[in-house]
Design a protein around this ligand. Structure first.
Ligand code: ADP
Ligand code: MG
Length: 559
């Protein structure tokens, strides 16, 4: 059985395909979403809900949102040891693999994993390695918007169509325009905001509560701040069903409440909504499409459950977005369908984004000032973002002065007009023959291929000399031996037995409640924790079950 995995920034999911279609596999705690959080305690590694709880009390042993640095050299320190993003991700994948095996009752060795459309080859490879470190073969990586489109059955549509996938997750926003022609589903353009997501809407609610209850944020300790944040998150979720929600927080021994209406919330989100419009416009203009040419809009990501987001999308596109597939499950469902197709050796021919250059590649130039003289630090785009690749483009540059000896070609990546705000990929220094500036040009050619390899070629036109340099994307290639060695190194870290995790979650919650409270309350909480621990020590399953139920109810009542 090949499974489909959505390895998300905030939440991850695993799905499989049977006669009835694709289905989400519940994790060991019964949840459909597994938070993408990892926490280390000794040689135990916790993943998901338990790790998310542990992160509140032990941030130094825990990590979240590490997908942002997938395929880079970034390292995270947990429990005094260093891990790369793909290693942390491999723990999530290991846990999902176990959940799938327990649920399906058979070994699972292969997976299709989704990645953002803008992931370049290096980041896709790192994702594959994460799978391999988890003991999964990953032959197929699928772009998230493509997976979402597949979940909506788009590949079965009779006519060619243009689809916009609107994905608002926890901390990222991605817009992708896909075009279906025949059986080819092509990513035409991508745009987004890497720092915009559901969390920002939680922050707005938090601010509203502070304002309405006239509470000073300054001076509050971390625990209280986290409590307020959690209440804001709960309050945000209720807008799916209610028009007015009551947000109550306990500060010291005082309960403070504020009523927040959906309208008021929406008004305060105006800046965020404006930021959402920007990538939507950008993706359309890059794909050279008008709003009216979009045949279908698909909503993906947990934050699109917010009614105010649905209204915004309705207003923007004047179409009712399709939400028939659960927005936080669509990508995993699509990956599972792709996995099933792979098993049956059918497939939707998917052109992934490594077929579009996700950023502009340019070179630094000086421009002439009006009153004379030159101003350096400007940018001349050579390959523009969303150009279909492989692509090769040439620009002719001239020296600034007669008899100028050298010309410097700086290779830049990014969208800014100013060189210093873009990422510098490399530099070539070219010797020029003597001559007048106007007939001493050089031709600069950039060739970008699907493996994120950029070849820069400079031709000195007077002499015919050609200088070449290859700039490779960050290389995270690991050999099979290196992967095996690293797997062995990580093997000492054990994911605890599945049945223990339920108990651990309650214990961690209890521990947090204890720390959040004072005096008498602490004593009561401690008593309950100890009673549960004693039951656990007895190793009597019947007693443990009863004690767990009792402890769970106690914790629920308390919160
Ligand atoms: P990611 O793609 O980053 O892994 P998800 O698609 O799982 O993220 O979305 C997570 C975000 O969705 C969180 O910010 C969460 O608060 C938000 N979210 C989930 N359910 C709802 C809901 N019912 N209403 C509003 N926001 C929600
Ligand atoms: Mg997602």
């Amino acid at each position: 059985m090949i499974i489909g995995i959505d390895l998300g920034t905030t939440n991850s999911l695993v799905a499989y395909y049977d006669d009835e279609g694709a289905k989400i596999i519940p994790n060991r705690l019964g949840g459909r979403l597994t938070p993408s959080v990892v926490s280390v305690e000794g040689d135990q590694i916790y993943v998901g809900e338990v790790a998310k709880e542990r992160m509140l009390l032990h941030p130094e042993d825990s990590a979240a949102v590490f997908k942002r640095t997938m395929g880079t050299d970034a390292k995270y320190r947990l429990g005094g040891r260093l891990f790369r993003s793909e290693e942390l991700s491999s723990f999530i994948l290991r846990s999902l693999k176990e959940d799938a095996e327990a649920f399906l009752g058979e070994p699972v060795e292969e997976a299709v994993i989704s990645v953002p459309a803008y992931f370049n080859d290096a980041r896709r490879k790192a994702t594959k390695h994460a799978g391999e470190l988890a003991g999964l073969k990953v032959e197929r990586i699928i772009s998230e918007p493509t997976a979402a489109a597949v979940a909506y059955g788009l590949y079965e549509m009779q006519d060619d169509a243009k689809v916009l996938v609107f994905d608002l997750g926890g901390g990222t926003f991605d817009v992708s325009i896909l075009e279906l022609s025949g059986t080819i589903l092509e990513v035409r353009a991508v745009a987004g905001d890497n720092y915009l997501g559901g969390e920002d809407f939680t922050d707005i609610l938090e601010e509203l509560w502070f304002k309405k209850t006239e509470t000073e944020a300054e001076g509050l300790d971390d625990r209280t701040r986290r409590h307020i944040h959690r209440q804001a998150e709960l309050c945000k979720l209720s807008f799916e069903r209610e028009k007015v929600v009551k947000m109550i927080c306990t500060i010291g021994d005082e309960e403070k409440e504020a009523l927040i209406s959906a309208d008021e919330f929406e008004k305060n989100c105006e800046d965020l909504l404006e930021r959402i419009r920007i990538p939507v416009r950008k993706s359309l203009s890059d794909a050279k499409l008008k709003l009216s040419e979009i045949d279908k809009v698909v909503l993906v990501g947990g934050a699109t459950r917010l009614p105010l987001i649905r209204r915004l999308v309705g207003r923007l596109f004047r179409i009712i977005p399709d939400t028939s597939v659960n927005p936080d499950e669509a990508i995993a469902i699509g990956a599972a369908i792709q996995a099933a197709m792979k098993e049956r050796r059918e497939s939707i021919r998917e052109i992934i984004l490594t077929d579009v250059c996700p950023f502009t590649l340019s070179t630094e130039v000086s421009i002439e000032r009006e009153g004379g003289g030159f101003e350096s630090g400007h940018v001349c785009p050579i390959i523009e973002r969303n150009t279909v690749i492989p692509a090769s483009r040439t620009e002719t540059l001239y020296p600034l002065y007669d008899n100028q000896k050298t010309i410097r070609v700086r290779v830049l990546q990014g969208e800014s007009r100013f060189a210093e705000n873009n990422l510098k990929l490399g530099e070539l220094e070219i010797q020029l023959p003597k001559g007048k500036k106007d007939d001493n040009s050089v031709d600069v050619t950039y060739t970008y291929d699907i493996n994120s390899i950029l070849e820069v070629q400079v031709r000195v036109n007077r002499s015919g000399e050609v200088i070449k340099q290859i700039l490779k994307g960050q290389d995270v290639d690991m050999t099979d031996e290196e992967i095996a060695a690293r797997m062995e190194e990580l093997a000492y870290l054990k994911i605890p037995p599945r049945e223990q995790e339920r108990n651990k979650l309650l214990l961690v919650k209890g521990e947090r409640l204890y720390e959040e409270n004072f005096g008498e309350d602490r004593l009561v909480i401690e008593q309950h924790i100890r009673r549960f621990e004693q039951a656990l020590n007895s190793q009597d399953p019947v007693r443990i079950d009863a004690a767990r139920e009792e402890f769970r109810e106690f914790l629920e009542d308390w919160e």
